[in-house]
Ligand binder design. Sequence first.
Ligand SMILES: [Zn+2]
Length: 170
Amino acid sequence: MIYPIVKFGDPVLEKPAEPVRTFDAELRKLLDDMFESMYEAHGVGLAAPQIGVSKRIVVIDVTFKEDPAARLVLINPEIIKVEGKLTQQEGCLSIPEFRENVTRPKRVTVRAQNATGEWFERTGEDLLARAFMHETDHLHGKLYISHISALKRDLMKRKIRKLQKAGEWK
Ligand SMILES: [Zn+2]
C-alpha cells in the first residue's frame, strides 16, 4: 500500500516517535509499504512519521532501486559516532520543492534493530551518512530546516504559508 507523504505543518512531523517493541508480520507489512511509498515519492529515505505513523522506523535506499542489497531498515536507531563535516544540498519529501545547504557529519555510525529485532551497526559516508542523520532527526521530531539559518528558515516558512493559503500544500 502506498501512503501519501505527510507535509510540513502536520504536528506528527514535529513530535518524538515511539519506540518499536513488537517485531511481527504487521511491522514487516509496514516496512514494505514504507519502501513502496518512498519509491513512489522518488525518495532515498523515509521515516515513519512522514506517513503519519509516529514510530521509530526508517527505510533508506541511497541507490534508489539500483542495488537491492542497499535497502536498509533502521528500527529504534541511535547515532553512535560521527566524524568530519560535509556541506551539501538537502531536501525532504515532507517539504517538497525546497532544498538548502546543510552541514552534516561526513561519516556516521548508526546502531539499530532490523525487521526481526536483531541489533546491528552500520557506518555510512556522504549521502548515506546524511540519510542516517536526516532520518533519525525525523524520529526526534526534527526537520532539516532546523539546521539552516533562521533567516532562510523564516523565508521558507513564509513561502510555505502562501502555498498553504492557495491550497497548494496538502
Ligand atoms: Zn525528511
